[in-house]
Design a protein around this ligand. Structure first.
Ligand code: ADP
Ligand code: MG
Ligand code: ZN
Length: 472
């Protein structure tokens, strides 16, 4: 029998707000344990939470970027459970009326992964296990999160990978989260079930908690897919449960039987007022959204004629894409810039995180100037590439390496004269060329290029030489 994989993802992203969601403690990663805490975020009795407006703004941005309906009325609820990283014994989240619903994220195949909802919530603290002891760090307690929940629309681990990578990209573009999986600012719960191909009912699902690497997530999905099939084929039933993924053995292990919503005794948080938004407020945020990666990709491929793979490499990193945009201003052919970035600049920036940072010495303006000189025919590609290498090493502009007179390029009269000289001085090559030896032309061209020390456009000069030889 053929089986079909069904996956739904619940992704948590930590927001880049300055302060926490319900108090004014600093929201920052990697500080000394328990230094960013106050009576509100550790839940001392008698304290009252107050919702951070920036969290609401970020939720609206994320919702709009993921094509959701923004609900003008929403509310915070308490999710009750007891665990040492949660000193209040409840997490403030949204259950009954989340802020965003009914969106989608489109994959490159055109398939839409529907977003069931996006809700705001607070993160819990962190347990630190050290030499047999357990410590708790409440710095993360009260850090704002968005939870982005898909419908079970994903049908392969590759689609799951693309979904996560696109989601990461979008969140970074709109500045809501840095989505660093290795630092835990993006974490993913993966729900997996299996059903006979073509069937319309769902199989029993298992949920793998807290995946923090895309590669391991795809491995975990593939592992669960096989495991479910093996169970079904042996005539047994898949047990609904919560699992953890074990990297060392590439397998999953049971954490607990699956809890239901009713286990959490959700109820509206009486300490917080409802979130009530004006439509005009949402519209204003919509107007301020930056251009999203999808639309940049379309522009690069369809308008600028950049090959899809190259366009993807530029769009993938917001800093690179911003640099590209700024250095392409007033260019007829922005493809030249993407070639420089991918061919020359990326050569020394190899890792994903370094490309993400895109810390380079030159400014977009400097690259723009170089490109404009090329387009105006004042600088040939060879010299431009050599100059760019020097610019990248020093951070200095083109003026430092190419003289004013060289930058002016060659006038038509100069080219005429150089070609005449070259033809005179290379009689035998001219004869060879006329005898049908195409290669002989290179010798004549080389002669001209040496005279100009690399200046001038080789293509243009070559044409001129041919023209002259044929007319003689
Ligand atoms: P819970 O809140 O208990 O985790 P939800 O019904 O809210 O459960 O669903 C959580 C996630 O599980 C969603 O992303 C949803 O798409 C996914 N999901 C639900 N049913 C299935 C299923 N049978 N197979 C795979 N994923 C599923
Ligand atoms: Mg869940
Ligand atoms: Zn606090």
């Amino acid at each position: 029998m053929n089986y079909e994989l069904v996956v739904g993802l619940e992704t948590h992203v930590e927001l880049l707000t300055k302060t926490k969601i319900f108090c004014s403690c600093k929201n920052s990663f990697g500080d000394e344990p328990n230094t960013n805490c106050c009576p509100v975020c550790i839940g001392l009795p008698g304290t009252l939470p107050k919702l951070n407006r920036e969290v609401v703004n970020f939720a609206i941005k994320a919702g709009l970027a993921l094509n959701c309906t923004i609900n003008l009325n929403s509310r915070m609820d308490r999710k009750n459970y007891v665990y040492p990283d949660l000193s209040k014994a409840y997490q403030i989240s949204q259950f009954y009326s989340p802020i965003c619903t009914n969106g989608y994220l489109e994959l490159s195949s055109g398939k839409k992964i529907r977003i069931h909802q996006i809700h705001m919530e607070e993160d819990a603290g962190k347990l630190v296990h050290k030499s047999g002891d357990v410590y708790v760090d409440y710095n993360r307690g009260g850090v704002p999160l968005l939870e982005i929940v898909t419908e079970p629309d994903i049908s392969s681990s590759e689609e799951a990978r693309e979904y996560i990578e696109k989601l990461q990209m979008i969140m970074r573009y709109i500045g809501v989260s840095d989505c660093k999986m290795q630092e835990g600012s993006m974490r993913c719960d993966v729900n997996v079930s299996v059903r006979p191909a073509g069937s319309r009912t769902f199989g029993t699902r298992t949920e793998i908690k807290n995946m923090n690497s895309v590669t391991f997530m795809t491995k975990a999905i593939d592992y669960e897919f096989k495991r479910h099939i093996a169970i079904i084929e042996s005539g047994e039933k898949v047990v609904q449960q919560t699992l953890r993924y074990i990297e060392e053995t590439n397998s999953t292990q049971s954490m607990r039987s699956k809890e239901d919503a009713q286990d959490y005794r959700y109820f509206p948080d009486p300490d917080l007022v409802n979130v009530s938004l004006e439509k005009s407020y949402v519209n204003r945020i919509q107007d301020e959204l930056p251009e999203l990666p999808e639309s940049r990709f379309k522009k690069y491929t369809e308008v600028f004629g950049i090959p899809e793979n190259d366009a993807m490499l530029i769009v993938k990193y917001k800093n690179v894409s911003d640099f590209f945009e700024q250095s392409s201003i007033n260019l007829k052919n922005p493809k030249m810039i993407s070639n420089f970035i991918i061919g020359q600049i990326f050569r020394n920036i190899e890792t994903e995180s370094d490309r993400e940072k895109f810390d380079i010495l030159i400014t977009p303006k400097q690259l723009n100037k170089l490109a404009i000189l090329i387009e105006e025919g004042k600088l040939n590609m060879n010299l431009a590439k050599k100059t760019l290498t020097k610019m990248l090493e020093t951070g200095k502009g083109i003026e430092e390496f190419v003289s004013e007179s060289d930058m002016k390029g060659l006038s038509d009269e100069e080219i005429e004269k150089l070609c005449d000289d070259a033809i005179k001085s290379n009689e035998s090559a001219v004869k060879d060329y006329l005898d049908g030896k195409e290669k002989a032309l290179k010798a004549i061209l080389g002669f001209v290029m040496r005279q100009t020390r690399g200046k001038g456009d080789p293509l243009k000069i070559e044409q001129k030489i041919i023209e002259k030889i044929k007319n003689d």
